[in-house]
Design a protein around this ligand. Structure first.
Ligand SMILES: Nc1ncnc2c1ncn2[C@@H]1O[C@H](COP(=O)(O)OP(=O)(O)OP(=O)(O)O)[C@@H](O)[C@H]1O
Ligand SMILES: [Mg+2]
Length: 515
């Protein structure tokens, strides 16, 4: 055997079948195989000659004959337009153009058909081949049609979801609260919306910084333009630069080969929300400052600059001033960001808003979960007001969500909140080491009369323990509480605990090994 005469092994038969050496032979074989396959599997097939006469019909086709009112002898040899009402075979022969997919309806039913011209070696049309692909396509194709319309509906939903995501979800009015502190926040936010100046939102975790950033954007002249957020704490340091400024095409091999727009570019003409700005590495702070001053970005691997027009809203739960004093945040960047500072109060500083917040959050929870909205009894509100809320409104939302899911009762009482983790993880947070100082808590320890009974009981039952063991146990408990409060969200839990994410992972690993 030579290279020009390859062979393939027919594994089923275990024999060598010589392949034709020439492509034409191969094509002839392909045509014949295709014909044989269709003759066997298609619902029906017929061949018509140049004079429109039916030359041959397949076995499958014969079952349509009674409905067409013909015997085989009265069908083969007759002109196709005489024996098959509405057939377009004649048109295919005359035009030489195939009709790949069509519906044919006559007294025999409705069929999905395909019609192909047949040509001789010189390319002259010598007839046509008709295929009945499906009979009764309305029912046979029903699953396909159902699937198609489902996909179409899903596509529409995804499109409108994407559009909704690009629109800010919140307005300034979404910031619930009528206390003096909350009203002042909203007044400042409205003022910030009227300018393009950089706004800096300062507040503990869960106080509504992101909600307010969206509200400011929505009330600003840029409302119809994009609102793009980047959570600096959630992006690994090494990827932040590309995330911010983008990557030029060809800068890297692999996934980024085509280049990628950075968040500054995506937010062009809109608002860029720099969340957790206090977590920005020092090296990048200098670059960010330059961009803010020059309104130009330079994608990685490019030496061309792009002009950008973005309004910056930054937010942090860290005490930036203290970070500047400690040398972990650049003073020049701090002053550049601190043009319109808005301080968001902690929940415990505006407990008079608790009832309105609980009501608004319950409605939202009901809307999202599809469950009936719950009301809170006066005793429940009192019970909730006695708590410390280190996780602020987010923690309140989690508490309401848990209570809502736990019971079918329409009125939530103090008892429904009894099973929530007790005590305040904030106390543990104070002792834990934090690379960045936090905003001071207004009152760090619960008043003596609100110390939960369980804590007293625990204290009485706990026998004396060596200090390292007592500390380790306290630490493990705080970590478990923080994870329960944040429903296992490690980033949020680390913030609640006042430690870095890396430290939380280390401590969790240590707890697991000692358990
Ligand atoms: N004033 C408010 N009115 C209504 N809902 C609020 C309010 N403040 C916060 N929330 C709700 O609490 C949750 C947390 O708010 P948000 O994410 O804006 O907080 P944050 O300050 O950005 O927290 P973090 O620092 O942890 O990122 C969200 O579900 C938000 O809708
Ligand atoms: Mg946030």
């Amino acid at each position: 055997m030579t290279d020009s005469q390859p062979d393939v092994r027919d594994s089923a038969a275990g024999q060598s079948i010589p392949l034709p050496a020439d492509p034409d032979g191969m094509l002839a074989l392909a045509a014949r195989s295709m014909f044989d396959t269709f003759a066997r599997t298609a619902m029906g097939m017929l061949v018509v000659d140049r004079a429109h006469r039916v030359v041959w019909i397949s076995e499958g086709y014969k079952r349509f004959l009674p409905a067409l009112g013909r015997a085989e002898a009265d069908f083969v040899g007759r002109r196709v337009e005489e024996v098959i009402p509405n057939s377009l075979m004649a048109q295919v022969i005359d035009s030489g153009q195939p009709i790949l997919v069509d519906l044919l309806a006559n007294q025999a039913g409705t069929f999905l058909v395909s019609r192909l011209p047949l040509r001789d070696d010189a390319g002259t049309v010598i007839g046509a081949l008709g295929l009945v692909l499906l009979d009764d396509p309305e029912t046979t194709m029903q699953p396909l049609m159902v699937k198609f319309s489902r996909l179409q509906r899903e596509l529409d939903a995804a499109r409108s979801q994407l559009a909704a995501q690009r629109r800010p979800k919140h307005t300034i009015a979404s910031f619930v609260g009528a206390s003096a502190a909350a009203m002042e926040v909203k007044r400042q936010a409205r003022r910030a919306a009227q300018t393009d100046a950089t706004a800096l939102l300062l507040g503990e975790t869960g106080t509504g910084k992101e909600l307010l950033a969206q509200g400011i954007h929505a009330a600003s002249a840029r409302a119809a333009r994009p609102f793009v957020g980047v959570n600096i704490a959630a992006v690994p340091d090494t990827l932040l630069e590309a995330e911010f400024f983008g990557v030029a095409p060809g800068a890297y091999t692999g996934a980024d080969r085509k280049g990628r727009d950075g968040k500054f570019k995506l937010a062009d003409s809109g608002t860029l929300f720099l969340d957790e700005i206090g977590d920005m590495p020092l090296a990048l702070q200098a670059k960010l400052l330059r961009v803010l001053e020059e309104h130009e970005v330079e994608p990685l691997g490019s030496n061309a600059v792009q002009r950008i027009d973005v309004r910056i809203i930054a937010a942090t739960s860290h005490d930036l001033q203290a970070m500047v004093a400690a040398g972990t945040f650049r003073a020049d960047l701090y002053y550049r960001l601190n043009v319109l500072p808005i301080r968001l109060p902690a929940l415990r500083e505006r407990l008079s808003d608790l009832e309105a917040l609980a009501e608004a959050l319950s409605e939202d929870i009901a809307r999202r979960s599809g469950l009936a909205p719950k009301h809170l009894s006066a005793a429940a509100i009192e019970h909730l007001a006695a708590r410390q809320w280190p996780g602020n409104v987010r923690e309140l939302r989690n508490a309401l969500e848990q209570a809502t899911l736990m019971t079918d009762d329409l009125v939530l009482t103090a008892a429904h909140f009894g099973r929530l983790p007790e005590g305040s993880p904030a106390a543990a947070a104070e002792d834990a080491q934090d690379p960045a100082p936090r905003l001071p808590l207004a009152s760090k320890a619960p008043p003596a009369e609100t110390v939960p009974h369980a804590a007293l009981r625990d204290a009485a039952q706990d026998a004396f323990k060596p200090l390292p063991q007592a500390i380790a146990e306290l630490e493990a408990r705080s970590i478990r509480q923080a994870l329960a409060l944040t429903r296992g969200n490690k980033l949020a839990a680390s913030r609640l605990l006042g430690i870095s994410r890396a430290t939380l992972y280390e401590k969790l690993a240590a707890i697991e090994t000692s358990a």
